[in-house]
Ligand binder design. Structure first.
Ligand SMILES: *[C@@H]1O[C@H](CO)[C@@H](O)[C@H](O)[C@H]1NC(C)=O
Ligand SMILES: *[C@@H]1O[C@H](CO)[C@@H](O)[C@H](O)[C@H]1NC(C)=O
Ligand SMILES: *[C@@H]1O[C@H](CO)[C@@H](O)[C@H](O)[C@H]1NC(C)=O
Length: 320
């Protein structure tokens, strides 16, 4: 199914490629946001989107042609919502971020301004988890070991222990303003100076990433697409980079002149971008079948990367 492969390639350019030389540049402009693809229209800016990759969304019954997954998002000043079946439901007024394992569990954790919650899918509500009351900016769950980590608004990074009743500061992750994990549990973070670092899962050492611009106006880490092993997309100014676990980085060729306010590319086969108070869903068929000029450029940019992406996806036994 070539179509699925091509979508996977969208933000992956370079990750799976044997040859890192990329001459093509794709500039995503305002035209990328097609009205047909809007799945939610809010009153305020959308600041975060998360698609859990565990069994709550992806299991043997998942229909890859007609995606209907739980998509969590934060609307500024309104709170955390879940979008499912085209219906948006408020989950938690003060929810900020969402994390899940990548395994067969269906558990989803929510980081809020007053601690950690779990998501009750039947009722679409949040239930308090543990006793911590930290003001959480990011929450992470490790792949395989299901350990929970939180980054607070005070820029302190903790491992959460004893069912959410205790926490231990991770002292070599300092002054962080954003944290993201790759599937091999390497931790990527940016600090308040907008420098990006990687903390190796294997030996716990922290290294500053080389090969990214020195004084960016804007930086952001993205949760990686599921077919990537070690590495995450990183936005510096308007350019998208791949940051690798070995603390190197390379420009992907992707330039965002009209920057989304939030992204979720982790599901790989379906991508979500927020822009100007709206959430857009890009599934394979949408891009392949679109006659819009922007989508034609997207297709030609990613076409030559499709074989490598397919190979990477097959290694991870993602159905294509
Ligand atoms: C989770 O980690 C294991 C190794 O512990 C790895 O084999 C697996 O591919 C990882 N999961 C994903 C989704 O990458
Ligand atoms: C770092 O990792 C990337 C991706 O695996 C690889 O392409 C690159 O050659 C590595 N660089 C070094 C210096 O090891
Ligand atoms: C996309 O295009 C294919 C081939 O032209 C067609 O079979 C399919 O119905 C189209 N899908 C949508 C959702 O438009």
């Amino acid at each position: 199914m070539k179509s699925l492969i091509i979508l996977s390639a969208l933000l992956l350019a370079g990750f799976a490629a044997a040859d890192p030389i990329k001459t093509d540049i794709l500039t995503l402009t305002e035209d990328f946001y097609l009205e047909d693809l809007v799945v939610y229209t809010g009153e305020n800016e959308i600041t975060n989107i998360v698609v859990p990759l565990n069994s709550i969304n992806f299991n043997d019954h998942t229909d890859l042609e007609n995606f209907d997954v739980y998509v969590f998002f934060v609307e500024a000043d309104k709170g955390l919502y879940v979008l499912k079946n085209n219906v948006a439901t408020k989950v938690l007024d003060n929810g900020k971020d969402v994390a899940s394992s990548m395994d067969d569990s269906t558990q989803v954790f929510i980081g809020a301004t007053d601690g950690i919650y779990t998501f009750n899918a039947e009722k679409k509500t949040a239930e308090k988890y543990g006793t911590l009351t930290d003001n959480i900016k990011n929450i992470l769950v490790t792949n395989g070991t299901d350990e929970i980590f939180i980054l607070t608004e005070d820029k302190v990074f903790y491992k959460v222990t004893e069912e959410g009743t205790k926490k231990e500061e991770i002292t070599n992750v300092k002054d962080a303003i954003q944290v993201v994990l790759d599937p091999l549990n390497n931790l990527y973070f940016v600090d308040s100076k907008k420098h990006v670092y990687v903390k190796s899962f294997e030996d716990g050492t922290v290294r500053k990433v080389k090969g990214v611009p020195a004084n960016p106006k804007f930086v952001e880490l993205l949760r990686p697409p599921a077919i990537v092993d070690d590495g995450v997309p990183f936005i510096s100014g308007k350019k998208v980079y791949d940051v690798h676990a070995n603390a190197t980085a390379e420009f992907t060729g992707l330039v965002l002149t009209s920057k989304p306010s939030a992204y979720a590319v982790e599901a790989t086969l379906v991508l979500y971008f927020a822009h100007d108070k709206k959430i857009y869903q890009y599934s394979v068929v949408d891009i392949i079948n679109s006659t819009a000029e922007m989508m034609g450029q997207v297709k030609s940019f990613i076409e030559d990367k499709a074989p490598q992406v397919k190979e990477a996806a097959q290694k991870k036994s993602i159905r294509l």
